[in-house]
Design a protein around this ligand. Structure first.
Ligand code: SF4
Length: 371
């Protein structure tokens, strides 16, 4: 297989699905968490769950970077952007995520805050180069996939002497969140589809520790539909034979050790936070990074003495339960009524990787609601 179309071949998908149907044990229930929002998106977009037997269910996980950012961090960014010396640079998805009391970066921008939508950390550097009389802050979010580009931006700013550039760092780590999900046991899963892009950075061996002791099969899966279906078959086979291994379906991109250069850059620029608040998961120890003191000149939290803010989520929104794999988006009373991608009430309806947005966007919930 060389081209993306081959990973979307309907006939091959059917054949793999038939194998799953023939191999599942009708006496068992298979609940597989797709940790990553990219898989959630692929499952709904390509109708993968429609191909599965009735006793196999995909459970959505917390792997959507926009979704897991707590509202208090967005409120802190809004407060920063309302400083007239500051230009805040943010990814598009974050602009619409509801913070407390219905506020958002978009609304703050409408009130006059200078918030610029960017596509990459290097765009934020360009804004800083073009506005040397203003403080330019990059609102950095994401898992291990987006952390190395932020490290590059910080190191580039230092090399260029860009003194007006800093980063509001909200990068989080996958293994601690996965371990939390496993330790709580509340999602009642018996297999995990492991992240693909994150795994290209951290490598397949990074999951051995967090799965140890939980008797939990994990298969690192690519993002295309055939990847997801083949990985699901691999999980079914592990469950049926009581194996609890880390397997790698996405061998065309993921190695056991991952990207050592990116890991070294991250280690040089960032250090572990003692703890970090996740939407839905609460305060998790060692689950995020902060900028090292050696780079504190580029740390917006230090430069602007930013304080964590506490704020309540929107009443009725069950994003926390959705992110823990405890509830399905359709269990939310606001889903597809008061909350839609055009008017999101919670973070999971904003990004295409959010479970609520993925379920809404392809209309597949309508068939489920009818049943
Ligand atoms: S449908 Fe909207 S309000 Fe309900 S959980 Fe999802 S994002 Fe939150």
């Amino acid at each position: 297989m060389k081209y993306v179309d081959e990973f979307r071949d309907g006939e091959r998908a059917q054949r793999l699905a038939e194998l799953i149907h023939s191999e599942v044990d009708p006496e068992r229930h298979y609940r597989f968490m797709e940790f990553c929002g990219g898989h959630t998106h692929a499952i709904f977009r390509f109708g993968v769950h429609d191909l599965m037997p009735d006793n196999l269910k995909f459970v959505h996980g917390p792997g959507c970077p926009v979704c897991v950012l707590p509202a208090g961090r967005i409120e802190a960014a809004i407060a920063l952007a309302e400083n007239e010396d500051v230009i805040l640079c943010s990814y598009a998805d974050l602009m619409r995520v509801p913070a407390g009391k219905g506020d958002s970066l978009n609304r703050a921008k409408a009130r006059g805050a200078d918030i610029r939508m960017i596509y990459s950390s290097s765009d934020a550097l360009s804004v800083a180069r073009e506005n040397t009389d203003r403080q330019v802050v990059f609102f950095a979010i994401g898992f291990e996939t987006t952390t190395p580009p932020t490290a590059i931006a910080i190191n580039t700013a230092r090399a260029e002497g860009l003194e007006n550039f800093s980063v509001f760092c909200n990068h989080v780590l996958t293994p601690p969140a996965m371990q939390h999900i496993l330790a709580s046991g509340e999602a009642c899963i018996n297999g995990i589809l492991g992240p693909s892009h994150v795994s290209t950075i951290i490598g397949s061996s990074a999951y051995a520790d967090c799965c140890r002791g939980y008797e939990m099969p994990l298969v690192i899966a690519g993002f295309e539909p055939l990847d997801v279906i083949q990985s699901t078959l691999m999980l079914v086979r592990q469950v049926n034979t009581s194996r609890f291994e880390v397997e790698n379906q996405y061998t065309r991109a993921v190695t056991p050790t991952g990207n050592l250069k990116a890991q070294a850059l991250m280690a040089e620029t960032f250090e572990l936070r003692e703890q970090f608040e996740w939407r839905g998961l609460g305060d998790l120890p060692g689950s995020a990074v902060r900028i090292r003191d050696d780079y504190s000149a580029f740390d917006a939290e230090a430069r602007f003495s930013m304080q964590p803010m506490q704020t309540a989520d929107i009443k009725g929104c069950i994003c926390p339960e959705v992110l823990r794999g405890v509830s399905d988006p359709t269990a939310c009373k606001l889903f597809a009524t008061a909350c839609t991608p055009e008017e999101p009430k919670g973070a999971c309806m904003v990004s295409s990787e959010g479970a609520c947005a993925a379920q809404y966007s392809y209309g597949r919930f309508r068939a489920e609601v009818k049943q």
